[in-house]
Design a protein around this ligand. Structure first.
Ligand SMILES: [Zn+2]
Length: 374
């Protein structure tokens, strides 16, 4: 069990101290400043970020005013703090915050804007490729069709690509707590948009008590169409959830996989077959899957040769950028520049992209890293 096993370095033993503020200020010294500058410039891929968890606070505020929706605060800074999930007891409480963001994400213009801004924000932070995930069924409460709820984010993503040069795709999520029939419908929606900006099907939402296996038909639809599958697993539920995701539902990647270490045989399998883990450090500490940053198994998984990449999960609820996640791996888990370069490269390697496109992104990555190291 991870919980209660503090292997941390002491500096992050108090959760709230370790989480606030985000690590954006160099501790001290010119050498460290140089390292941080270089880390900020490292080209990255973001493979696990939720659209409804990653709004700009200013946009959330503006849309809520426009649509007359309630908010916990009415100035951007207080709202930013109110939306951060530092004090949540578990994943279920963490997920409750999404009702606020979803309330303003029920129209095509709002979805288009929020996706465009997310693409632009990533581009500004050195992300060269992003896979944005969300569940279209959660955006049909005020009359949008499922198709419109995919078209709008795609328009926003293409606008961000045109403006910044970033590349991006969408992942459509089924929800564990919903009827599996809905998941199958969403998998069919994902297949309908295959080749037009949707690259995978995922299963998200409350994990404990809602097995992925119940949604097997949805995964089968995706796999029958040669659409990639990633599944949130091993976060609020143990390694049997990861086992199920891989061996019964055909997951090509695992969202989180935090509790994989509790099953050494499965851990070896994940390493041997190089199933990528989408690791979200800050979110895992917030939802208490890992008691501290220092106790997170990221270091163990990396040292064993497991393929993994760092992701934010929810920029708004976690109050992080992808740069912050890399800095935290350096600060709390002793990751060196060379190691973080490998982590970043694995992000591109694990992308749901055709082989030739991936090769182009990897060649660009290698050239940029060579320049940074010169
Ligand atoms: Zn997630």
């Amino acid at each position: 069990m991870l919980r209660g096993t503090d292997q941390g370095d002491g500096a992050d033993s108090a959760r709230n101290v370790s989480l606030a503020p985000p690590l954006t200020v160099p501790p001290d010294g010119p050498e460290i400043e140089h390292q941080i500058r270089r880390l900020r410039a490292l080209p990255r891929a973001e493979l696990h970020v939720h659209l409804d968890g990653s709004l700009r606070p200013e946009t959330l505020l503006e849309l809520a005013k426009e649509k007359g929706k309630p908010l916990p605060a009415w100035d951007p800074e207080t709202l930013r703090r109110a939306m951060r999930a530092d004090d949540d007891a578990d994943l279920t409480q963490y997920l409750a915050r999404f009702e606020t963001t979803l309330s303003v994400m029920q129209s095509a213009p709002a979805l288009e804007r929020i996706t465009r801004e997310l693409g632009e924000d990533h581009a500004a932070e050195g992300v060269r490729y992003v896979e944005i995930r969300y569940s279209p069924v959660l955006h049909t409460r005020e009359g949008l069709t499922l198709e419109e709820a995919v078209d709008a984010p795609l328009r926003g993503l293409r606008a961000a690509e045109a403006a910044t040069g970033i590349r991006g795709n969408l992942i459509i999520c089924g929800i564990r707590t919903m009827d599996p029939v809905v998941s199958t419908e969403l998998a069919e929606l994902a297949v309908a948009f295959q080749g037009r900006g949707v690259v995978a099907f995922d299963l998200a939402g409350g994990e404990a008590g809602y097995p992925a296996e119940a949604h097997r038909e949805a995964f089968q639809r995706a796999r029958d169409a040669n659409l990639a599958v990633t599944i949130h697993a091993g976060e609020a539920w143990g390694p049997s959830s990861i086992h199920q995701a891989i061996h019964r539902c055909g997951a090509n990647r695992i969202g989180h996989g935090t509790r994989l270490q509790e099953d050494p045989a499965l851990e070896s399998w994940v390493r041997d077959f190089q199933v990528p883990l989408e690791i979200c450090l800050t979110c895992n500490v917030q939802t208490r899957v890992a008691p501290t940053f220092g106790a997170h198994p990221l270091r163990r998984y990396f040292d064993q040769g497991i393929r993994l990449t760092l992701c934010t999960d929810n920029r708004l609820m976690s109050g992080v950028t992808l740069v912050d996640e890399y800095l935290r791996a350096a600060e709390h888990l002793g990751f060196t520049w060379e190691e973080l370069t490998k982590v970043a490269r694995m992000g591109f390697e694990s992308a749901f992209l055709p082989w030739d496109e991936k090769g182009t992104l990897l060649a660009a990555f290698d050239a940029e890293v060579a320049t940074l190291m010169a």
